[in-house]
Design a protein around this ligand. Structure first.
Ligand code: SF4
Ligand code: SF4
Length: 377
């Protein structure tokens, strides 16, 4: 219903995110998003505090075609509940921002990598992370032997522990279904079990944890860091957390298969071996926290990408190892032409006139405009 007394506004949970060539509305409550043109995103951001009516939106256009486009865009956004059209009193209530409730614990997440080479004291390390108050633990078993040899030790070490969520990633092998049924069903700490390199799948009735399967052959540290739209996710806490901190490395510690304490198992830099260093002192080192504040807004190219607040980051596999702010190298998206690597018309950023010179982005607008005109008109 449109009348002179109705106003149009974004729901308070909807965040406009401007990209270089197109923008996105992210609904943090519903976890869904919709593409919008940049001119509309700019208008919504610039007029965030104003009371807008349909006529104000139509003023963005110069022709009948523009008015038609804006009208159908508004209809779509209203229909899909990104915008609301209502009385002024209700609009005023919507201007209350969602509070940022993220808390800053020093270490929340831990990745523990285990293989047959892991001859260090797993129980000692688990006791140390309990002392620190780690809440989320991911255990990556790189081979069957580490899983069968260590899972019992891990089970007893976690009986009384700070961990709130445990995710174990194990390789598929012939006896895995039997081990789960006979030894893991009473493992109260376990929340998720991912079986990789899975050649077949099975169900376990009444399993108290989630069991999922992946056909990924290996979870070695060189396989990490892939950016894929199927991994995109967001909600209120993750949005605010990602605006402040690096969404992979912040508040995280890892121990690799050889017992080396690192920011993540794929990092070259080790802070020393578990059992030989003081873990509590290590996590307070500035060097340990130095990448925690690298957000997507500070990463070159990602800062121009409309997906930056729903995408994960990687600070190990990056395009230019000499530049800590360069884009993840395992990302196949070019935000300047809005194409993924597997889509027709994809070219790299460099090929479309975007380069990094002296750590600054340089854009050949003429070349880029020509490529976009060829792709999209
Ligand atoms: S920084 Fe990269 S390699 Fe390390 S855990 Fe994150 S995604 Fe994986
Ligand atoms: S460019 Fe790639 S890595 Fe960067 S924000 Fe976009 S999708 Fe994510």
């Amino acid at each position: 219903m449109t009348s002179n007394s109705s106003y149009i506004a974004l729901y308070s949970s909807v965040i406009p995110v401007r990209g270089f060539s197109r923008s996105i509305l992210m609904d943090l409550y519903k976890g869904k998003f919709l593409f919008i043109p940049n001119y509309l995103c700019d208008f919504l951001i610039e007029n965030k505090s104003k009371n807008l009516q349909k006529a104000d939106f139509l003023d963005l256009g110069n022709s009948i075609e523009d008015f038609d486009e804006i009208t159908s865009l508004l209809d779509e956004l209203l229909l899909q509940d990104y915008l609301i059209e209502t009385e002024l009193e209700v609009i005023e209530l919507l201007k209350v921002e969602i509070p940022d409730k993220t808390e800053d614990a020093l270490i929340d997440d831990c990745i523990m990598e285990l293989s047959d080479y892991s001859n260090w004291d797993v129980s000692h390390f688990l006791a140390e992370i309990n002392h620190i108050g780690v809440k989320f633990l991911e255990i990556r078993f790189l081979d069957v032997a580490s899983f069968t040899n260590q899972i019992g030790i891990i089970q007893s070490a976690l009986q009384d522990h700070s961990i709130e969520f445990l995710h174990c990633i194990v390789p598929f092998y012939d006896g895995i279904q039997r081990i789960i049924t006979e030894e893991l069903l009473d493992f109260a700490r376990l929340n998720q079990l991912t079986i990789y390199n899975a050649t077949s799948e099975f169900e376990i009735e009444n399993a108290p944890f989630l069991i999922d399967f992946s056909n990924q052959e290996s979870i070695s540290s060189s396989n990490c860091g892939c950016i894929d739209p199927t991994y995109f996710s967001f909600n209120v806490p993750s949005y605010y957390q990602n605006k402040k901190y690096n969404n992979c490395l912040s508040h995280k510690l890892s121990v690799d298969q050889f017992g080396e304490i690192k920011n993540c198992p794929s990092k070259k830099n080790s802070f020393g071996k578990t059992g030989e260093i003081n873990l509590e002192q290590t996590i307070h080192l500035d060097e340990f926290k130095k990448e925690w504040r690298i957000t997507k807004e500070s990463v070159l190219i990602c800062s121009d990408c409309e997906f930056r607040w729903m995408c994960s980051d990687c600070r190990v596999f990056i395009q230019d190892e000499s530049n800590s702010l360069s884009k993840p190298s395992k990302c196949g998206y070019n935000p300047y032409i809005n194409k993924w690597i597997n889509e027709a018309g994809y070219v790299t950023e460099l090929e479309c006139g975007v380069s990094i010179i002296d750590n600054q982005l340089s854009i050949d607008h003429e070349k880029l405009n020509q490529i976009n005109a060829n792709l999209w008109t």
